[in-house]
Design a protein around this ligand. Structure first.
Ligand code: HEM
Length: 431
């Protein structure tokens, strides 16, 4: 039995997959079944107890690439190594974001006519034209003007939680800052922000334990669509100095954005701006609670925080995977890929690749040369990476200044998702 089989069986509660079953599962699209597969990576419950790092370590070591069959008869390739992830993401002509979108595991939850309008699901040259419409707002220089207001908000949120002696960290603290920041940037009025946050959660399944149903997601998408439409109508009448007003004057190929395109931008920014930073902040707090000596070091010397933020992102990346589709027959990691095959790239696995990170399984806030892939790479590299990094750095700076002592006040509750690597609840006390 291979290491991979051993690891898989320990992750799946001792149920031993046979060697033939694993080989069958790896051989390609045909013939593999979910029952034979050691871990079902299309099942959110496979992540209920955390990202299966041990299983991925064996996958990286033994073969790099793995075929995951799905119950509906389809399936997808699992890319586990750092170099292979880069190869896929930096080759959009061969590995398309557009053909089947980037949510290849949970495709049924999305409405294809709408998801096509999201720039994350586009290929060059169309993608670059859409990205250019918003990219300016996310440059470091432009974002610099937000620093003072982000710091003020972070301080208020943390002060409130600390004054109560404790909190449920995910919802009371970590969720609040990114929601306020992205809504501020977009010009969403204060009274509507929690509503949009709720819709964003429903869209990716956060409210229902991350086991999303197509109905829930589509309903939330429709509501968000309607909200964006209303906002577009209002901003056309009375433009402001916000991102959404700017979008309405933006153009692609000399044409202003249509309502559909505007709504797609709106939805993408609300979701991407909320879920990721909340998750990174919660994962960071959880990791630092598990490595208290490193938290104390940050309290003593906050100049260590930029490196600590990068290590949190490397060690427990908020986004687990995105997908692509092969546009023609090709080879990856020595394996034949058929045209049309779906491919998923797994950031938490690439970030633990021992060929790129020394002592990769060690959480080390002092790590240097931390070139993790948590923000992706290539054409679609995260548009909000500067903003996300800035929010996280300020957030933890204000936290260590205001809460030198933090401890767990109950059991953390993880979310089950094939997409977001999140904790749903993290009770903490500040004494
Ligand atoms: C810690 C925080 C974040 C993480 C880990 C993260 C992760 C990612 C990743 C992995 C991608 C690549 C998608 C692909 O290759 O298909 C991406 C794209 C994207 N992210 Fe983020 N993100 C974060 C924060 C944000 C924020 C704050 C925003 C703000 C709006 C944002 C907006 C976007 C957008 C618009 C894209 C699509 C870019 C494109 O298609 O060109 N992200 N993000």
């Amino acid at each position: 039995m291979s290491t991979l089989d051993n690891m898989a069986s320990s992750h799946s509660g001792g149920q031993l997959p046979t060697r033939t079953a694993c080989v069958g599962a790896v051989a390609g699209s045909a013939g593999a079944s979910v029952e034979q597969s050691p871990i079902d990576l299309s099942d959110p419950s496979s992540f209920a107890e955390g990202f299966p790092h041990h299983w991925f370590a064996a996958l990286r070591h033994e073969r790099g690439l793995y075929w995951q069959a799905q119950r509906d008869g389809g399936g997808f390739w699992v890319v586990s190594r750092y170099g292979d992830l880069k190869e896929v993401c930096c080759n959009p002509e061969l590995f398309s974001s557009q053909v089947a979108g980037v949510s290849v595991i949970d495709a049924a939850a999305a409405d294809p006519s709408f998801t096509r309008s999201l720039m994350i699901n586009m290929d060059p040259p169309q993608h670059a034209k859409y990205r250019a419409v918003v990219a300016g707002r996310f440059s470091r220089r432009k974002l610099g003007s937000l620093e003072a207001s982000i710091r003020r908000r972070a301080a208020e949120i943390i002060d409130l939680a600390v004054s109560r002696g404790g909190c449920e960290f995910v919802n009371d603290v970590a969720a609040e800052l990114p929601m306020q920041v992205i809504c501020e940037l977009m010009g969403v009025p204060q009274q509507d922000r929690r509503y949009l946050y709720g819709l964003s959660n429903r869209l990716i399944g956060f409210d229902v334990g991350f086991t999303n149903s197509p109905g829930t997601a589509r309903g939330a998408a429709m509501e968000m669509h309607a909200y964006a439409q209303q906002m577009a109508n209002e901003r056309r009448r009375r433009p402001g100095d916000d991102l959404m007003s700017e979008l309405l004057t933006g153009s692609v190929d000399g044409e202003n954005l249509t309502d559909e395109q505007f709504n797609a931008f709106f939805l993408l920014l609300v979701i991407a701006g909320n879920e990721t930073v909340r998750t990174a902040a919660s994962n960071g707090m959880h990791l630092l609670l598990q490595h208290r000596e490193q938290y104390h070091a940050l309290v003593a010397d906050p100049s260590l925080l930029p490196a600590a933020v990068e290590e949190v992102l490397r060690y427990e990346p908020p986004v687990m995977q995105f997908g692509r589709s092969a546009t023609r027959d090709t080879e990856l990691a020595g394996t034949h890929i058929n045209a049309g095959d779906k491919i998923t790239v797994w950031y938490p696995s690439a970030n633990r690749d021992v060929d790129f990170f020394e002592d990769a399984d060690r959480f080390d806030t002092g790590r240097a040369n931390n070139h993790h892939l948590s923000f992706g790479v290539g054409e679609h590299v995260c548009l909000g990476s500067n903003l996300g990094r800035m929010e996280l750095k300020i957030f933890f700076e204000e936290l260590v200044a205001r809460a030198p002592v933090v401890s767990l006040a109950g059991s953390p509750q993880r979310a089950s998702s094939t997409f977001i690597n999140a904790i749903k609840q993290l009770p903490v006390r500040f004494f």
